[in-house]
Structure formats: structure tokens, C-alpha cells
Design a protein around this ligand. Structure first.
Ligand code: ARG
Length: 303
């Protein structure tokens, strides 16, 4: 019944908004906690230790010292700390579950996990591909760059977090649900050989076939799988509370089915849930969907 061999979960909140440069997403951890993430996991038999939130300073510098990398210094500082906490929890035999906050926090989470699982496979569930760099970004928002950083491309103060060598192998990364890809990102994805399952693939082959191929990719030669779950991967009709919504996303059921299949693999070693923005949400439905998807990936079943 349990997702992995590990039944101890450490919940880590990161109220980060600077990667999205949009207010509200810093309240994501509170919204997700009040949607009862802990009791939901405990009902599945996990022991959950909520470590509270990592502190994010209120900084002012819109563009910071480096143009095109907004709030770089604070984002680097928080991710450095997050990587340490995640690594320490894994060292203590805990499974880290990080709740955001914007998607820039994937840098700290995954770099922390890489300290223990150097051949990590990554499932990036997202409407976007997040492989911009300072050279290609249109927005200057670091949440659109986190996957590039994890592959070793980006500002040194981000790439060097938890050690220069900690990177994910592009062969073991899959993106699921993409439908908004910037021009520079297309080139990067091709160069890196990253398998992107776009909405076209999901429409054409169905989520079952997509997840089967995705799981093959992220488990081949790896020592575990990380889920990076951006709620904007879902269709904004069903998950409106996100800062960068894109129409035509994965349905509620498709999203659950993907989580259920990931659970069945038994390979999950860590996860994060990001981009829930309570200010933009309707009746808390996005935070609720986040908690329900977490339920599925940790082993909840309809019957
Ligand atoms: N994780 C996200 N919500 N990413 C949004 C990125 C949007 C756009 N590609 C950018 O670079 O700004």
C-alpha cells in the first residue's frame, strides 16, 4: 500500500514567490497544509513530520544585481538552505515532501536529493518546460529556469548549490503536460535530448502509454524517482489557482492516473508540489487538488 519502502515523510514548506515574481504563491504552503495534507498521508499509514517553513526574507530588489535573473540572491540563499534540509532529512531515512512556493524551489529540493540519489530520475509535471537561462528568458523569472539549472546550465550561484557536480542526467528527465515552450527552450530541449510529453502526446496516445514510456525513462539505470508537481500542469478550469495558467492542460483524472502509475512503480524517493497560488484560487480547489494528487502518488486508491 505504501508508495516506497519508506514510510516516514518530512514535510517542508517553502513560501517562495520571488521565482514567479507574483504575489500569492508564498501562501501555497499554508493553503496546502489547511487542505489537510498531513492527515491524508497519515490515513495511508505514513508517519509525517512537519518541519514547518524555510524562512524567505522579504527583499526588494526587483532585478537584483544581475539583470534577467530577478531576486537571484535570495532565491540562491533559500535553495541552498533547502538543499541542506532535504539532504539531512534523507540522511535520517525520511522521504522529503516539499510544498511551495514557486517552481524555483525545485533547485534546492532536487539538489538535496541528489546528495543521496546521484542517479535520480525526474518527472517534471508542468505546462512549461522551465529550461530558460538568462540568455533566453523573456520574463527574468527564475521559476522558468529551474530545470536548466538542475541540468547544469544557469547562473553559477544556482548551478553550484550543493556542489557543482550535482546534476540530473537529461536522459532520465521527462516533462509531462507541456504546452507553453519558449523559442530558446525548444533549442535547449533538443540539444539536451530531453523527452517532453506534450499535450499533443497525451491527446494522441493517452496518459497510460505516456506514463509507461515516461516511467521507463526515469527508472532506467536510476536509483529513485523524484516528482516535481507543478499545479499549472493541470487544466486551469480544474486548477485555476496558479500564477502562469495555460489553457488546454491535463484533466483532473489524467493527472490522478499519472500519479497512480507513478505510485505503482514503487520508485518514488522524494516529491514537491509547487505553484499553488491561493489569491488566484477559487474555493481552494487548486490547493485541494494538490493534496488529492499527493494522496494518489503516495498510494491512495479508489477501491
Ligand atoms: N514553473 C512555471 N510556472 N514556469 C513558468 C515559466 C514561464 C515562462 N516560460 C518564463 O520563463 O517565464
Amino acid at each position: 500500500m505504501l508508495a516506497t519502502k519508506n514510510s516516514n515523510i518530512s514535510l517542508i514548506g517553502v513560501p517562495m514567490q520571488f521565482g514567479a515574481d507574483r504575489a500569492g504563491v508564498e501562501m501555497g504552503p499554508t493553503a496546502i497544509r489547511s487542505s489537510n495534507i498531513q492527515t491524508r498521508l497519515e490515513a495511508l499509514g505514513y508517519r509525517v513530520n512537519d518541519l514547518g517553513d524555510i524562512h524567505v526574507n522579504r527583499v526588494q530588489d526587483g532585478y537584483g544585481p544581475v539583470a534577467k535573473l530577478k531576486y537571484l540572491a535570495e532565491i540562491a540563499r533559500v535553495n541552498e538552505e533547502l538543499a541542506q534540509v532535504v539532504s539531512q532529512e534523507m540522511g535520517n531515512g525520511q522521504l522529503p515532501l516539499v510544498i511551495g512556493g514557486d517552481h524555483s524551489i525545485a533547485i534546492g529540493t532536487i539538489k538535496g536529493v541528489l546528495q543521496h540519489k546521484s542517479r535520480l530520475g525526474v518527472i517534471w509535471f508542468d505546462a512549461h518546460t522551465d529550461v530558460n537561462t538568462a540568455e533566453t528568458t523573456g520574463s527574468g523569472n527564475i521559476h522558468g529556469m529551474s530545470l536548466a539549472v538542475l541540468l547544469g546550465y544557469g547562473h553559477p550561484s544556482l548551478v553550484s548549490i550543493a556542489g557543482e557536480h550535482t546534476r540530473v542526467n537529461p536522459r532520465n528527465v521527462v516533462i509531462i503536460g507541456a504546452r507553453s515552450v519558449d523559442p530558446g527552450e525548444r533549442i535547449f530541449l533538443k540539444e539536451q535530448g530531453i523527452r517532453v510529453f506534450t499535450m499533443y502526446d497525451i491527446d494522441k496516445y493517452g496518459m497510460k502509454a505516456v506514463m509507461e514510456e515516461a516511467m521507463e525513462r526515469v527508472t532506467a539505470g536510476t536509483d529513485g524517482v523524484h516528482l516535481s508537481l507543478d499545479l499549472d500542469g493541470m487544466d486551469p478550469m480544474e486548477a485555476p489557482g496558479v500564477g502562469t495558467p495555460v489553457r488546454g492542460g491535463m484533466s483532473y483524472r489524467e493527472s490522478h492516473f499519472a500519479m497512480e502509475m507513478l505510485h505503482e512503480s514503487g520508485m518514488l524517493v522524494s516529491a514537491e508540489v509547487v505553484e499553488v497560488n491561493p489569491i488566484l484560487d477559487q474555493n481552494n480547489m487548486t490547493a485541494k487538488a494538490a493534496v488529492e494528487l499527493v494522496g494518489s502518488v503516495f498510494g491512495e486508491r479508489i477501491l
